[in-house]
Design a protein around this ligand. Sequence first.
Ligand SMILES: CC(C)(COP(=O)(O)OP(=O)(O)OC[C@H]1O[C@@H](n2cnc3c(N)ncnc32)[C@H](O)[C@@H]1OP(=O)(O)O)[C@@H](O)C(=O)NCCC(=O)NCCS
Length: 197
Amino acid sequence: MMNATIPVQGLRVAALAADAPKLRLGLPASGDGAQIHALVGRCPPLDLNSPYAYLLLCHHFADTCVVARRGERVVGFISAYCPPGNPAVVFVWQVAVDAAERGQSLGNAMLAELLARPVLAQVDTLETTVTPSNLASRRMFLNFAAAQQAGVAEQSLFAASDFGAAAHEEEILLRIEGLRAAANLSCPSPRAAIRGE
Ligand SMILES: CC(C)(COP(=O)(O)OP(=O)(O)OC[C@H]1O[C@@H](n2cnc3c(N)ncnc32)[C@H](O)[C@@H]1OP(=O)(O)O)[C@@H](O)C(=O)NCCC(=O)NCCS
């Protein structure tokens, strides 16, 4: 299956040197686990899971996870999976973009790359959760939905009290529905193409 990484056309990151290696998106491998763990650690407010958890994601869920590399450096990551028994839904767990790469639609491009994979051909709904204070995350998902001409429904999934003693905001479920109806799930998103070289 899709072991090779693909270059991302149309994305430009002005803050980087002109000779910076191109961004490439692809499936993560176990060798990426440590870098993914470090990246998520640099991306608050994401909950940092154990290195072993990221290794398992790379090993068992590579088909539904995305890594973005600039040269040898991991600068973006999505963890996702199809909920058991529901191949029409992909649940996006964490999205992390290195601070130096933000605001250039890399998050959006990784979502598009994920949904374009043949292994997710049956998926017509993307689910994720956002916390009320994470406006960048919300905008990224709403931009993705708009680019795919997909509808968005939302409802509370986990209350703050569900996290017990840990201080944690409510998690609101976003359902981006009808992805295959009008979608052109190509990579990059139209906005990235506009911004790109
Ligand atoms: C959320 C995140 C993945 C977005 O990555 P990205 O590559 O910058 O995403 P995009 O460029 O596709 O979209 C980001 C959108 O958020 C907006 N945004 C960025 N910071 C913002 C802020 N503080 N308040 C409101 N909107 C903000 C951007 O302007 C952009 O929207 P626009 O294109 O309509 O202007 C990245 O900011 C990140 O890694 N954050 C830390 C981890 C996190 O919160 N992950 C998401 C939870 S799973």
